[in-house]
Design a protein around this ligand. Sequence first.
Ligand SMILES: *Cc1c(COP(=O)(O)O)cnc(C)c1O
Length: 338
Amino acid sequence: MTAPAVDLRSDTVTRPTAGMRAAMAAAEVGDDVYAEDPTVTALQERVAGMLGFEAGLFVPSGSLGNQLGIRLLVPPGYELVCDTVAHVARAELGAAAVFSGITFRTWQAVGGRLDAEAVRALVAPDAGPYLVSTAAIAIENTHNFGGGVVQPPEQVAAVRALAAEHGLKLHLDGARLWNAHVASGLALRELAAGFDTVSVCLSKGLGAPVGSVLVSSADRIAQARVWRKRYGAGMRQVGILAAAGLYALDHHVQRLADDHARARRLAAALGGDPDAAPTNIVVLDVADAATVAAKAAAEGVLVSALGPRFLRLVTHLDVDDAGIDRAIEVLRPLVAAR
Ligand SMILES: *Cc1c(COP(=O)(O)O)cnc(C)c1O
């Protein structure tokens, strides 16, 4: 048997651990469309509490969490502003336009980093009868295409103040908010404070097979529940999946620090600046990303080519120190050839 691949394409590729599978097998379940699944209810309450919100809703994907959040904040014909490479704008296949009648305008975020002045220059809260008015601002923390950057707290605070000043709503795409929490030492509640809706993923670094949670006020979550059903994502005995999420919250949050240390080590070995990999994502600028990815794959190291020169490597639960050593051994000569 050949050695298993070192899969650095994404932190979504993790498989449930033995402990997680045992928790799933033992989960108490009920019909969650009737709100009768005790494990789902426990997960929703737990995540809402951790983030400092009244209520939560378990959804099958982070994309749906984002889409339910922003549709509650932005009426049809209004705009959501976010950065040019935000997941909501770039990686959800136009869902906000298709399902909610929402348009976007975007600011340029250097390295994914939030700059409140760029947001201020863009928003048009009450644009009059001829221009599209802004209803909400979306921020991503950590920033995926920004290489896992943790948003500077003072910039987030400035955007919060801007939103309050103009009566704009705020959505947080917190797919990797856990990573921001562990890397910065800031409490989850602090990172989520002031947002109207927050979506967090259980299926990224936390290692659950499926699932995200949207948190907000009780009233908004009641509306999100209706929209979730309307979108066809009302799920039945789904406590079996929520149990994986609860297990991940118990066992896989603090260990994200290991992923962050491994990403730093990878970045230092391959690119030079470990500070450019503050959490679990390493971005490399190479001459020909597709060729590097193909050659590495032939040697059992999988990485993502996300643009002609843009390689992304993500550390996670299923890559240990030996895997990082192997990745460095394979990638170093390929990256050096640029
Ligand atoms: C992964 C991700 C999502 C959600 O992705 P799904 O694949 O729909 O679960 C949302 N935002 C960011 C920043 C992500 O990285």
